[in-house]
Design a protein around this ligand. Structure first.
Ligand code: HCA
Ligand code: CU
Length: 472
């Protein structure tokens, strides 16, 4: 059995942010790092400082305020990106380049391999001269011929790279081929080997295990596997597997906090059947299973829920086929309530009454927040704005309905964006406005009577809020 230390490098903050619709604020990145550290992740990739001044500032702040974990920043093989990486004071820079024909044609404007080699050599040298540890990634390694991997890898080693990473950028490796590529790399490069594996075929973790068996010692993960397209290896599944088969240990009491946090700041839900951390993965449901598991849980369990801070449940599936029964068991009629703005960030009590129609207080199972504001008389003259600009991690909707039978009767304005990008539009009801996640917005009552409905795809309004620039 392999007893050497396998390092998890979590890249939720860089790769994870390349998942559709995800963009973390600085506070969220810091909170994610804190929780990842509690779980026992020793190495964290935090972002790509070369892409903009604001990204650089963000990485600098993180490096200045985080300790006890090795931080890595991502950089293309060019001077500008490496200088930005040096500026952040991170311990590690992850420099990357691709080298196969399709990359030359689509990413490098048909530049020559000699040119790429020069870029890589100079970038690594610059980073090393400035005291950084260097991971060099061969992007798209899975579609790169072995002799090309060897050629570019040797340049990186000669320039002083401390670790070589092979990326299955498009998620097409068979574990057998991944094994071979890592084996070659170990033989050729005489340094630590890392793997970055995309999950397009659902094989990311199988490839990770093949890579470890071939000698790789660093595995890239993200929380729940988020990343470009189908994402990469999931932190929890990999950690549990490393515990089970490779003598590693993690602090599972921190896992549910991580799940809650990524759901909130990522604006998505963990699948109930997600390995280790999903809410149904330690529940036995069929009669036969429950009976045996009551005798001895091992009858139907390979993993002990206690190890993962979870609780075993036996919930007999009494549902009969068809919706009737299902609704009967789960439907509860609850009372909405009137509530002032005091409970909401960025709000003040403006004109009109405000009802909470649904949230996690009305029904703890709710996945939506709905409020209604009723303008029962014309408030034109006493109007004062009652909501500042804000943004949610999730999509939301404004709906305006006037009191006339055809929905007319209410005039409002909606503002999107901030600074130079701000725009305001005044319009008459009936009107519905879809607000994508992360778009900064607010609305104002102008005149008339009617009602305003706000649907937010989160069970809790305050938790759905992104830290907006004005709020910092
Ligand atoms: C990217 C591609 C990458 C890089 C991996 C790495 C990949 O930059 O978006 O530098 O370790 O999958 O190849 O994520
Ligand atoms: Cu990637």
């Amino acid at each position: 059995m392999n007893t050497k230390k396998i390092l998890i490098l979590d890249t939720t903050l860089r790769e994870g942010e390349q998942a559709s619709g995800i963009c973390f604020s600085i506070h969220e990145k810091l909170e994610l790092i804190k929780q990842l550290q509690k779980f026992g992740v020793p190495h964290i990739e935090i972002g790509h400082p070369g892409i903009s001044e604001s990204e650089l500032a963000l990485c600098k702040t993180i490096c200045a305020s985080v300790s006890g974990v090795d931080l890595l920043v991502h950089a293309r093989a060019c001077e500008q990106d490496v200088l930005a990486a040096i500026d952040t004071k991170a311990q590690w820079v992850g420099i990357w380049a691709s080298y196969n024909d399709i990359s030359l044609a689509t990413k490098f404007n048909n530049k020559s391999r000699a040119w790429i080699k020069d870029q890589v050599y100079a970038a690594i040298l610059l980073a090393k001269k400035n005291g950084l540890k260097v991971r060099f990634t061969i992007e798209d390694a899975s579609r790169t011929e072995p002799h090309l991997i060897a050629e570019l890898g040797m340049i990186a080693v000669q320039a002083g790279a401390d670790r070589m990473s092979l990326a299955d950028t498009v998620g097409m490796w068979h574990p057998r081929d991944c094994f071979k590529a890592v084996q070659h790399a170990i033989a050729q490069f005489n340094c630590e080997i890392e793997v970055h594996l995309h999950n397009d075929l659902g094989l990311a973790q199988a490839n990770a295990i093949a890579a470890i068996d071939a000698g790789a010692s660093v595995i890239d993960t993200s929380i729940l596997g988020i990343g470009e397209r189908a994402g990469i290896c999931d932190l929890f599944s990999i950690s549990a597997t490393l515990e089970q088969f490779y003598h590693q240990a993690y602090h599972w009491q921190a896992s549910q906090n991580l799940v809650q946090l990524i759901q909130r700041v990522g604006g998505f839900k963990c699948e109930p059947h997600h390995p280790i951390v999903g809410r149904h993965v330690f529940t036995h449901t069929s009669k036969y299973h429950i009976k045996a598991a009551l005798n001895n849980p091992k009858a139907y369990e390979s993993l002990n829920p206690e190890r993962y801070g979870a609780v075993r449940k036996n919930i007999l599936n009494t549902l009969e086929r068809g919706a009737q029964q299902r609704f009967h068991n789960t439907l509860h009629v609850k009372k909405p309530f009137v509530k002032g703005a005091s409970e909401l960030l960025y709000h003040r009590d403006g004109v009109g009454a405000r009802w909470v129609l649904m949230d996690d207080r009305i029904d703890e199972r709710s996945s939506v927040y709905i409020i209604e504001r009723i303008f029962d008389k014309d408030y034109q003259h006493e109007y004062s704005p009652h909501v500042d600009k804000h943004a949610h991690h999730c999509d939301s909707v404004f709906a305006f309905m006037g009191n006339h039978p055809d929905g007319t009767g209410l005039t409002v304005s909606v503002t999107f964006g901030i600074g130079d990008e701000e725009s305001t539009e005044v319009f008459s009801s009936p009107a519905s406005v879809f607000i994508p996640a992360h778009v900064i917005h607010s609305y104002q009552y102008v005149q008339g009577t009617g009602r305003f409905l706000n649907f937010v795809l989160s069970p809790n309004y305050n938790q759905s809020l992104v830290d907006t620039p004005q709020a910092e």
